[in-house]
Design a protein around this ligand. Structure first.
Ligand code: CP
Ligand code: NVA
Length: 313
């Protein structure tokens, strides 16, 4: 009997229990291969014989590498496709592409301009589809962020206090979802007109998430355990002077970090625009966890792939 595939289009697809299970698995699988060379498979090679195709409509360093390394470490294999080099780039429909790829590989990861295209791909696919960033969200990134915060804080994120500074973008939307699912408080400060998606905020609040959105950077970071930001101009957006000027008060600099809790860590999904949303001193300072965050993408991806392929229960 054919069962419908498990897709990860947003963190809500995991649910609270699923997200906790993914995090737990990522922590233990990471610990279980400590000391092994990066290219060596995990001892249990749970995805032996499985193949992932990744499709990119926009550039990527971390997402591309981490999915390829994740598949290799799980005992499977991966191929990376640029949408512009596929017939997709000259008009073959998303749905027809999904039907064809579903017969070649066991799972598909897509980075797309429009979230609606990933939804359409998933509806037509008969294998799991994972969202590797859209204009709406970046769920895989958030799993790595949560993993990194739990490692650095030495405790589950439930009950912690997070601050987001700047643009309420795709990464911010997924952080809002995570706050609702796992129960941590999230204080967002940015200029008027740059708030996260109101639907994501309403869903997170409906789950009991404590989420505030205003324009006061200092109030947002006060006593925060985790301070997060991202580029002021995401891929596909235009960095107008007005936009950049409006974002200036939300730069994460040493003065702002000083208002957070003394043990606070700094996260950024990268790539960073040093001197814009974050200063060199914060990026390279002792509170920065951005390199662990980038490297944890592999461990997050592995747990997500196993979830999607029904190997996590
Ligand atoms: N953080 C992130 O998704 O990076 P890439 O754009 O390099 O994949
Ligand atoms: N918000 C950024 C994240 C890049 C990983 C963008 O969409 O470009």
């Amino acid at each position: 009997m054919n069962r419908s595939p498990r897709h990860l289009l947003n963190l809500a697809d995991l649910g609270a229990d699923g997200l906790r299970a993914v995090l737990h698995h990522a922590h233990s699988r990471k610990a279980g291969r400590r000391g092994l060379p990066n290219g060596m498979a995990d001892a249990d090679a749970p995805l032996a014989g499985h193949m992932l195709a990744s499709i990119f409509e926009k550039p990527s360093t971390r997402t591309r590498l981490s999915f390829e390394v994740a598949m290799r470490q799980l005992g499977g294999s991966a191929m990376t496709l640029s949408a512009g080099d596929m017939q997709l780039g000259r008009g073959e429909t998303v749905e027809d592409t999904a039907r064809v790829l579903s017969g070649f590989v066991d799972a598909v990861m897509i980075r797309a301009n429009r979230h609606a295209d990933v939804e359409a791909f998933a509806r037509a696919a008969t294998v799991p589809v994972l969202n590797g960033l859209t204009d709406q969200s970046h769920p895989c990134q958030l799993v790595a962020d949560l993993l990194t915060a739990e490692e650095r804080l030495g405790r589950p994120v439930a009950g912690t206090r997070w601050a987001w500074l700047g643009d309420g973008n795709n990464v911010c939307n997924s952080l809002v979802e995570a706050a609702g699912l796992l129960g941590f408080s999230l204080h967002i400060a940015g200029p008027a007109g740059y708030a996260p998606d109101s639907g994501f905020v309403a869903s997170a609040r409906a789950r009991g998430g404590n989420i505030s959105i205003d324009h006061d950077a200092g109030a947002a970071v006060a006593d925060a355990d985790v301070v997060v930001t991202d580029t002021w101009v995401s891929m596909g957006q235009t960095g107008t002077e007005d936009r950049l000027r409006a974002m200036q008060p939300y730069q994460v600099n040493p003065m702002l970090m000083a208002a957070a809790a003394p043990h606070a860590l700094f996260l950024h999904c990268l790539p960073a625009h040093r001197g814009e949303e974050v200063t060199d001193s914060v990026m390279d300072g002792p509170q920065s966890a951005v390199w662990d965050e980038a490297h944890n993408r592999v461990h997050a991806q592995k747990a997500l792939l196993l979830w999607a392929l029904g190997k996590l229960g």
